[in-house]
Design a protein around this ligand. Structure first.
Ligand SMILES: [Zn+2]
Length: 63
């Protein structure tokens, strides 16, 4: 299973994208009103083992 992910700008944390502005843990990766070409480029499709945000993962896979 592959998810749209985004890398934090100031850390190595990889989050799962929830919508065009936010990740599941509430990290806001799109600070502009409209999605720019650069924002789209920052979204990468990755398997779950690449995702290292524990909050995003726990929301995706509640225990
Ligand atoms: Zn996250």
């Amino acid at each position: 299973m592959v998810y749209p992910t985004v890398l934090s700008k100031h850390s190595d944390v990889i989050h799962i994208v929830k919508d065009q502005n936010n990740t599941f843990c509430g990290y806001r990766f799109n600070t502009f009103a409209a999605l720019t070409r650069n924002d789209l480029k920052s979204i990468k499709f990755a398997t779950v083992d690449k995702i290292n945000c524990t909050t995003c993962k726990s929301l995706m896979y509640p225990t």
